[in-house]
Structure formats: structure tokens, C-alpha cells
Write a protein that binds this ligand. Structure first.
Ligand code: PLP
Length: 371
């Protein structure tokens, strides 16, 4: 019998499959989803828009009408063409496959979005992580050195970054793009919540590509991402895209959603406002050591030493799921990431967290008699 070890690379088999925490019945604040459903009348109109979709036919292979709608809704500049992906995860995979045989690594400041490293390793491409500075900002001298010594094929800059939520200084990002002879992919997954974008420069700064997704805006279930870059690069990458990667229902739904983008934009506005409220409240909680300023729809915060995993587990016990990012990387020990929810969800989370921290801090201070 042929077994996986006989045919697959050991690095791939050593890597666990991407784990998604079970969340049935939980308050779900772990995955940067938009918590707001569509108003009922909009949902009805959407179902009407799906009626008549010919599921017996293949989808529009190029997704041309979707591209045109995105171009005008998001302002993709004339200088750039656009590649559609089944989520931006697929675009990252296409990009890495494109440079696989160059012998050059993929590079990113770390900690960052895990899929850059996961997909590089899966493709047999080396991954080079350059540590961020103390405040999770770009360490430009270290990056410039790494560009020279490692000659990466692609530098991924999540802007704002996940899991920190921080946006890098745009001037420093431009410096890195200018110094990088390879590709720089600016991953703007959190654009709806962010104060700055490089999309207007896509296709005009050499090597710059801007990647976005509709997931965090409120369409995570549809799986649609796009990459805006110079036409020469989009032409080349199109050769690696699977012919029908964007299914018919997604195409129809995206056209519908972009025609009603006001609803999603208003929801993003509420979430930005709530982000400020949650950040202010977190900063006042005893047991919270620091709150990292966020330009995304989540907040990274650090709790008292040794309490990260405990607080995460206590919250889960109370039916609230956030993300314990300290488990994955040493640098982030005792750091927790919470997605911004509805005003009510945020209140529930903050009240539960305040109670858990108070109990745990009191227990830590109590004399350990008779135990
Ligand atoms: C969530 C996220 C993505 C993935 O987006 P999909 O389009 O849902 O695949 C990409 N980049 C970053 C930085 C993210 O946080």
C-alpha cells in the first residue's frame, strides 16, 4: 500500500492542517468576521439576484463583470490590472507558485499572517521572517539588510498587520518597496478599517502589488480576493489561476453586494467606532498590560504574565471565543486577539474579561495556605 510518506514531502507532513476552533453556540470573536447580518429586505433582494443562476453551466471564466464592478467600487487605478482569487489565500498560493523555481525565499516581517509561511513551506519555498520592533513597527534597517542578503522573490507586508492590528508608517513601507528589487505584496485585508491604502499606487510603483479581500468587510463566506498590479504581472499570474476559481454564486453575490455597498460600509463604520470603545475599555482593566493601537477590526492586547492561556480558557468556558496568539509564537506570550463585534457582543466580552481578570489576579495574590 502506498502511504503519504512515500510520496509527499516530509515538511508538508510535519505541518498540521490549518486548525479552525469549534465555535458552535459560542460568541465568536476569533476570526475577524463582520458580526452584522444583512437587513431582511436586502437578504430577500439578494436571493432574487441568485434566482436564475445557471448551475449547470460553468461560471464566467474571467469574472470580467466582477472585475469591472470592483474596479469602480474600490478605485483600482488605470495603471493596474486585477486578478481574482478564491479568497486572498488563493492569491498568496498563486504568487508563491509563480516564484517557486526562482530559488529565492518569501520574506515577511514577523509576527504576521501565518499563511505566507504555511503556503511557502507547502510549495517548498524557504520563508524568511524579519522580527518587527518592540512596538510591532517595521524594523527598516533589518529589512533592508535582509533584502540584500536573502534576495527574496516576494516580500509580504500585511497592512494593517495581523495579529497585531498595527498599520506601518506608510513612508517606511514606500522605502521598503523602493529598495526591493523583487515583488512587494501589500496585503490590505483590513482596508475597510484602515486609515491608509497603497491601492492608488498599484501598477505605478515598480514591483508593488496590492491585495485585498471582501472577507473582512462582511463576505467571508463568499471567498473573494483580488490582486491589483501591473498588467505584465497579472498576465503572467493568470497562467497559474484555475479556470473557474470564482464560482457562479459568488460572482452574482459580489455584484449584488457591491451594488449595495453602503450597507457594508455603514457596518464597517460602526465597527471602527466600537474598536475605539473596546480599546479604551481594555486599557482601563486591571491585568491588561498593553493594548496595541489597531487599524483593523480586531485588537491585540497583553495580559499580566502567565495569564494569557488562563484568561483565554476562562473566556471559552464562559462561551466566548477569542484567539490566544501566544500559543503560536513565543514573542506574543500572554497576548490575546479579540475581533470587534456588535456593541452588545463587545459589552458581554468586556464584562466577562473584567470578571475573569479580577478573579485570577485575586487568586494570584491570595496566600497559598492549605493547598
Ligand atoms: C484574513 C486575512 C487574509 C485572508 O483573507 P481571505 O480572503 O479570506 O482568504 C489575508 N491576509 C490577512 C492579513 C488576513 O488577516
Amino acid at each position: 500500500m502506498t502511504r503519504p510518506v512515500d510520496l509527499m514531502r516530509p515538511e508538508v507532513l510535519a505541518q498540521p492542517a490549518y486548525a479552525v476552533a469549534g465555535a458552535v453556540g459560542m460568541l465568536k470573536l476569533d476570526a475577524m468576521e463582520n458580526p452584522f447580518p444583512w437587513p431582511g429586505e436586502l437578504e430577500d433582494a439578494w436571493l432574487d439576484a441568485l434566482r436564475g443562476a445557471e448551475l449547470n453551466r460553468y461560471p464566467d471564466a474571467g469574472g470580467d463583470s466582477v472585475k469591472a464592478a470592483i474596479r469602480s467600487a474600490h478605485g483600482i487605478p488605470e495603471s493596474a490590472d486585477c486578478l481574482l482569487g478564491n479568497g486572498s489565500d488563493e492569491l498568496i498560493q498563486i504568487l508563491i507558485t509563480a516564484v517557486q523555481s526562482s530559488g529565492r525565499p518569501v520574506l515577511a516581517p514577523v509576527p504576521t499572517f501565518v499563511m505566507y509561511e504555511v503556503l511557502a513551506r507547502a510549495a517548498g519555498v524557504p520563508f524568511a521572517g524579519v522580527p518587527l520592533d518592540e512596538d510591532f513597527g517595521l524594523d527598516v534597517p533589518a529589512l533592508l539588510r535582509a533584502l540584500e542578503t536573502q534576495r527574496p522573490a516576494i516580500v509580504f507586508l500585511a497592512f494593517p498587520n495581523n495579529p497585531t492590528g498595527r498599520i506601518y508608517d506608510p513612508g517606511l513601507v514606500a522605502e521598503v518597496v523602493a529598495a526591493n528589487p523583487g515583488l512587494t505584496v501589500i496585503d490590505e485585508a483590513y482596508a475597510p478599517f484602515s486609515s491608509h491604502s497603497f491601492l492608488p499606487q498599484a501598477g505605478s510603483m515598480p514591483g508593488l502589488m496590492v491585495m485585498r479581500t471582501l472577507s473582512k468587510l462582511g463576505l467571508a463566506g463568499l471567498r473573494l480576493g483580488y490582486l491589483a498590479a501591473a498588467p505584465e504581472w497579472i498576465d503572467a499570474l493568470e497562467r497559474l489561476r484555475l479556470p473557474y476559481n470564482i464560482n457562479s454564486l459568488t460572482q452574482r453575490s459580489v455584484l449584488f453586494a457591491l451594488a449595495h455597498t453602503g450597507v457594508l460600509d455603514a457596518q464597517a463604520g460602526i465597527l471602527r467606532e466600537q474598536r475605539r470603545r473596546v480599546a479604551d475599555a481594555l486599557a482601563l482593566l486591571p491585568g491588561v498590560r498593553r493594548v496595541i493601537p489597531s487599524d483593523a477590526n480586531f485588537i491585540l492586547f497583553e495580559v499580566a504574565p502567565g495569564l494569557g492561556a488562563v484568561v483565554f480558557d476562562d473566556l471559552r468556558g464562559a462561551g466566548i471565543l477569542i484567539k490566544d496568539v501566544g500559543r503560536a509564537t513565543g514573542r506574543l506570550s500572554d497576548h490575546l486577539r479579540v475581533t470587534i463585534g456588535t456593541p452588545r457582543e463587545n459589552e458581554v466580552f468586556l464584562a466577562a474579561l473584567a470578571g475573569i481578570l479580577a478573579t485570577r489576579l485575586r487568586d494570584a495574590q491570595a496566600p497559598q495556605i492549605g493547598r
